[in-house]
Structures are given as structure tokens and as C-alpha cells.
Write a protein that binds this ligand. Structure first.
Ligand code: ADP
Ligand code: MG
Length: 236
């Protein structure tokens, strides 16, 4: 009986996912189709580079969506756990996001301590988590906004906080965070946070969200590694 219940729930989940993917892919596909049709009909007017840019951007959207979805639908790829210096990992992530931060003239405040930053985890999955959280923060802040990224030790956990001075998240929205395909953005996939939640859960951690008007804080808790003085921090 229990197994049947579980099977039904799984089916429901799969149905929701399939509907979500279909919807997300159909939007860019519709506009690509429209543009191509227009180009083939109006042979007197060859497509401009601008038109092709739009088509490329829409294809890029589908591509991103599939990558994000793969992350979500990949229980098969076992995480490779190793000792990770989370501060060094974050420095790496910041480098990846630099151009996006720069474009929006964002001030990034870093508080990355020199020690007690070790955890066990899959480096590429953990990078993905902080890329997704930073991306959301970048999208949330106004031009010349402020984002802070901090690591601290809290008992046997490492706490990584990503804070932004964007508008904040309404209480009704907070409850839905992490639901696949839930987005309030025009071209959002709504997959970023569900990927984060899944990865962090797999790492024995949790994610806490705090938000008020003009401030949003995501805190990722990860089990701190028992530190052996003799072992040098390896990372990335
Ligand atoms: P997406 O970014 O594609 O919308 P996510 O799963 O990353 O999908 O985020 C889901 C939703 O959570 C966003 O659409 C937004 O409403 C909300 N959200 C996430 N992070 C923030 C943030 N830092 N500030 C405000 N809202 C946020
Ligand atoms: Mg996102």
C-alpha cells in the first residue's frame, strides 16, 4: 500500500516536471519558429544580424534550461566527495561571476576567513549552488546594488551567507522557493533553487532563507570537516 502511494506521488512529480519542461521549451521554440517562418516568407528582405541574435538567444535559453534540468534530473551521477575549502571555492565562483557583477556595477562585500573553511563535498556541485545563489542575488539587486558573501563557523557547521539589497521576497513566495519551475521572472526557469536544495540536502546540509523589504539572505549550512592540522587544504 505504501509503495503504491509512493508510486503515485512519484508519478505526480514526473507529470509536473514534464508539464513544466514542455511549457518552458515551447516558449523559445515558438519564437524561433516565428522568426524562421518570417525569414523564409520574406525572401525580399534577408534576415538582419539582429534577427539572428534573437534566434540565437532563444536557442541559448533552451540550452540553459536543459543544463539546469539535467542537474535536477541527475540522481545517477554520484557526487565525488572530497575535502573542500569553501572559501577558496567561493573565490573561484566570484571570478566566474565577475563580468555580471561589473555590468550591473554591483559592490561585492567578501568576508572569507583564512581558516576553518573545510567541508566535504563535490566541488562542481557546490560551485553550482553558489553560482545559482549569486545569480539570483545579481538579478535581484538594483543597478549599483550591494551583495555580501560571508563564511562563518557555527558549531559543527559552516554557514555561507549570500545577502543582497534587492526588493526582498514576499512571504507567500518564500514558501514556494525550491519548487521546480517556480519563478517570478519573465524568462526565469525556476530551476536554480531546486537544484541548490537538492545538492545541499545530498551534502547533509540545509538552506535557510530570510527576507524583509530591501534585504534577502540565503544561508547554506554545510557540515564542517574535522580539521587535522597536518592536512593542507586542497581545493578546486
Ligand atoms: P529563477 O531565478 O529562474 O526564477 P530560481 O529557482 O533561481 O529560479 O528562483 C526562484 C524564484 O525565487 C525567483 O523567480 C525569485 O522570485 C525568487 N528569488 C530567488 N532568489 C531571490 C533573491 N535573492 N531576491 C529575490 N527573490 C529571489
Ligand atoms: Mg535563478
Amino acid at each position: 500500500r505504501e509503495r503504491e502511494q509512493l508510486r503515485l506521488e512519484r508519478m505526480k512529480c514526473v507529470n509536473q516536471l514534464a508539464a513544466g519542461i514542455a511549457h518552458e521549451i515551447r516558449n523559445p521554440l515558438t519564437s524561433i519558429k516565428g522568426f524562421i517562418q518570417l525569414m523564409t516568407r520574406r525572401t525580399d528582405k534577408p534576415p538582419t544580424p539582429e534577427h539572428l541574435e534573437i534566434v540565437l538567444a532563444e536557442i541559448g535559453r533552451i540550452d540553459n534550461l536543459i543544463s539546469e534540468f539535467q542537474m535536477l534530473a541527475r540522481p545517477l551521477k554520484e557526487p565525488v566527495f572530497e575535502e573542500v575549502n569553501i572559501c577558496k571555492l567561493l573565490e573561484n565562483v566570484v571570478l566566474l561571476m565577475e563580468s555580471q557583477l561589473h555590468t550591473k556595477n554591483i559592490t561585492l562585500q567578501l568576508q572569507l576567513p583564512q581558516e576553518h573553511c573545510l567541508t566535504f563535498g563535490d566541488i562542481s556541485q557546490l560551485k553550482q549552488v553558489f553560482i545559482n545563489l549569486l545569480k539570483n542575488a545579481i538579478e535581484a539587486v538594483p543597478f549599483a546594488g550591494i551583495i555580501s558573501l560571508a563564511v562563518s563557523r557555527q558549531q559543527d557547521m559552516l554557514a555561507v551567507t549570500v545577502e543582497d539589497n534587492g526588493e526582498g521576497i514576499a512571504a507567500a513566495v518564500v514558501e514556494k522557493l525550491g519548487t521546480p519551475f517556480f519563478t517570478t521572472k519573465e524568462t526565469g526557469s525556476g530551476l536554480g533553487l531546486s537544484v541548490c536544495y537538492r545538492i545541499i540536502q545530498n551534502h547533509g546540509g540545509t538552506i535557510k532563507v530570510f527576507s524583509e523589504q530591501g534585504k534577502t539572505t540565503f544561508t547554506v549550512f554545510l557540515p564542517a570537516a574535522v580539521e587535522d592540522e597536518a592536512v593542507e587544504a586542497i581545493c578546486c
